[in-house]
Design a protein around this ligand. Structure first.
Ligand code: ZN
Length: 246
């Protein structure tokens, strides 16, 4: 599949949605906490796996260790800025080739790169709320807090507005994401196999004709896509952005 054909498809598509996966994030230098080498380090250092610590049960019962891990691992990773892929995605949006972006990642990389109409299915670390009074706090407040971050008014532990392991995606957000995918003629999956939660939750709503998958590694579910490009997502997006600028 030649990429100028994909460019043509995107030009003809009335509505194009991007599903932004872990692969695109990894290309920005983000650690893969669940599957990468970091997963062993986490278990070594904290005595629990990433999925165990970053869960609703752990937040409820072990707030001190939860927030230590949250600040040392999750928020430290968030310091990494969005890489080329996200800036190219914004460029494609500026060219009118991408209408919306959906992700399950919580680092807000798409918005930090300037993308619009982003659905953060699992929320982002940038919004934090007091469960008692509903006051919102920025991520800096969490970073600068000692031990467990508390609401200044209620002295109740704050809650990052992200979906933890063991929790369901918020209904309203799920409806919004499904609605975007339903509208799409073309669906561009970046850095995620079609069997990942991002795709398996959303593909059931897709009725368009051009499912384009860009992925670094082969998977047997790739054949469900209409077009598959193997390689780095950021380089693929850069080639498209160069072409659409001409
Ligand atoms: Zn409060």
């Amino acid at each position: 599949m030649r990429e100028n054909n994909i460019l043509q498809i995107l030009r003809e598509s009335r509505y194009t949605v991007v599903l932004s996966g872990a692969g695109l994030m990894a290309e920005s230098g983000y650690p893969l906490l669940r599957d990468g080498a970091e997963s062993y380090e986490i278990e070594d250092k904290y005595g629990y796996s990433y999925e165990e610590i970053f869960s609703s049960g752990f937040y409820a019962a072990r707030k001190e260790l939860f927030f230590r891990f949250y600040k040392e691992v999750i928020l430290k990773a968030v310091d990494i800025p969005p890489g080329k892929g996200f800036h190219m995605l914004k460029k494609l949006q500026d060219c009118g080739l991408v209408d919306s972006v959906i992700t399950r990642r919580i680092a807000g990389l798409e918005e930090r790169a300037g993308c619009r109409n982003v659905v953060n299915m699992k929320g982002t670390v940038f919004d934090n709320v007091c469960p008692a009074c509903g006051k919102h706090y920025p991520v800096e407040y969490i970073r600068e807090s000692k031990n467990v971050p508390l609401c200044e008014k209620c002295l109740v532990a704050l809650r990052p507005q992200v979906c933890l392991f063991g929790e369901m995606i918020d209904n309203g957000i799920m409806t919004k994401a499904a609605g975007e995918v339903e509208k799409a003629d073309a669906l561009l999956v970046l850095g995620a196999s079609l069997n990942t939660p991002l795709c398996s939750q959303l593909l059931q709503y897709y009725t368009g004709t051009d499912l384009i998958l860009v992925t670094g590694s082969e998977h047997y579910t790739d054949q469900r896509a209409d077009f598959v490009v193997y390689g780095r997502c950021d380089e693929f997006l850069e080639r498209l952005a160069d072409e659409c600028g001409k």
